[in-house]
Design a protein around this ligand. Structure first.
Ligand SMILES: Cc1cc2nc3c(=O)[nH]c(=O)nc-3n(C[C@H](O)[C@H](O)[C@H](O)COP(=O)(O)OP(=O)(O)OC[C@H]3O[C@@H](n4cnc5c(N)ncnc54)[C@H](O)[C@@H]3O)c2cc1C
Length: 351
């Protein structure tokens, strides 16, 4: 018997597993990595600004410090390197945006994030648009290294199984049984596949497919992360990741010609050179109608929980969301209304 049986080990399941173990809970994780590639496809970027509205991203002041501490602690615990801070250069796209940047630089609201330093020399060869803005507190999580390190730790503790969990949880005296694994609670972290789970398919998911490409170019000398309608992420050793496309309502992990061409066009415009693609991936973001995560206990089945709805910002949101979830599970602390699934209770009652 364990305290929590976690179904799914993408970013949500991995971060929840670490958080619950740190809180002294016993866990078991069941995962079929072949079902969804989302966390493995993700470029893993984090960035405190929304460039469309030139505003801070939702809850940035709260979620950023929690995430930074969480991933640094996890690197020490798992003895792996996956958290990579890297300043970002925004290529300003229009005269209007240029004015907004000037105003933002002179105000206090963005002061901690924007940097007025001269633009680095490396950019002289590339498209400079209407100017360049340097943004601090950005970078990326190497999601594959992170997920593999978590799987290895779970395997070492003998608390990991790899299979597709299709069975509905069966009620027992002390909690629930799935596939012979007895637990006090079950936590579903299935990404967009939760739309196919009869326990949670009433939640308003808004899946969004995305592609990323990998390029190799030894003449491209970029040390910064670039954002200009697409991102260009330097990975070292001549490799760069470029992404992402955004196709609402497409639900498969198959890379397409359409995605490839869109990214090629954007990348060639920024980098002013022909691009050679080495690889391409696609995944489906578990986004939600109101762009807020889904956490909480099933309204009709005590002990059945969900952690989902991370959308396009799984890296930075998941540690803070996992903390809310863990305190609610263990101590009954109320979950903030805007992330709690109770906000969609009317939909559940209609089903
Ligand atoms: C192209 C693209 C680029 C992105 N870029 C970024 C980025 O730069 N920064 C960022 O923060 N976010 C980014 N994201 C979003 C990020 O990937 C997601 O927010 C996050 O990965 C969601 O994690 P998850 O654990 O909820 O879902 P998933 O990664 O889908 O994980 C769910 C896991 O559960 C397993 N599973 C599901 N059902 C079952 C079952 N019944 N039995 C067993 N196993 C099951 C799946 O196989 C999978 O392993 C991007 C997404 C895409 C598609």
């Amino acid at each position: 018997m364990v305290d929590v049986h976690i179904i799914g080990q993408g970013l949500a399941g991995s971060v929840a597993a670490l958080e619950l173990l740190r809180a002294g809970q016993t866990i078991h994780v069941s995962n079929d990595p072949s079902l969804s590639h989302c966390s493995r496809t993700a470029a893993g970027l984090f960035n405190p600004l929304n460039f469309k509205t030139l505003s801070r991203t939702w809850n940035a002041d709260v979620v950023f410090p929690v995430a930074m501490q969480f991933y640094k602690d996890s690197e020490l615990q798992l003895k792996a390197s996956f958290w990579h801070p890297l300043p970002m250069l925004r290529i300003i796209g229009s005269e209007g945006e240029q004015k907004e940047w000037k105003a933002a630089l002179s105000g206090n609201h963005f002061a901690p994030f924007l940097n007025n330093d001269p633009v680095p020399e490396e950019m002289s060869a590339y498209n400079r648009g209407f100017g360049l803005g340097l943004v601090e507190h950005c970078g990326y999580l190497d999601t594959n290294t992170f997920l593999e390190a978590v799987t290895a730790m779970l395997n070492d503790k003998n608390i990991y199984s790899e299979y597709t969990c299709k069975q509905e949880p069966e009620k027992t005296n002390q909690g629930w049984n799935i596939n012979g694994i007895e637990s006090r609670r079950v936590l579903y972290c299935e990404g967009w596949k939760a739309m196919e789970n009869p326990l949670f398919n009433w939640l308003p998911f808004f899946p969004v497919k995305g592609d990323v490409i990998l390029i190799e170019d030894e003449n491209l000398k970029l040390d910064h992360l670039i954002n200009a309608g697409c991102f260009v992420l330097p990975l070292g050793n001549k490799f760069y990741r470029i992404g992402s496309t955004y196709y609402p309502d497409e639900t498969d992990d198959v890379p397409t010609q359409k995605g490839r061409e869109e990214l090629l066009q954007k990348a060639e415009k920024v980098l002013k050179r022909p691009i050679n693609i080495s690889n391409q991936w696609a995944g489906v973001r578990p986004s939600t109608g109101d762009r807020r995560p889904f956490i909480g206990e099933h309204p009709g089945k005590k002990g059945i929980w969900i952690f989902n709805g991370l959308g396009s910002r799984g890296v930075i949101l998941s540690p803070w969301v996992a903390r809310q979830l863990s305190s609610s599970m263990i101590f009954g602390t109320p979950i903030p209304r805007e992330t709690d699934i109770v906000r969609h209770l009317k939909r559940f009652r209609k089903v």
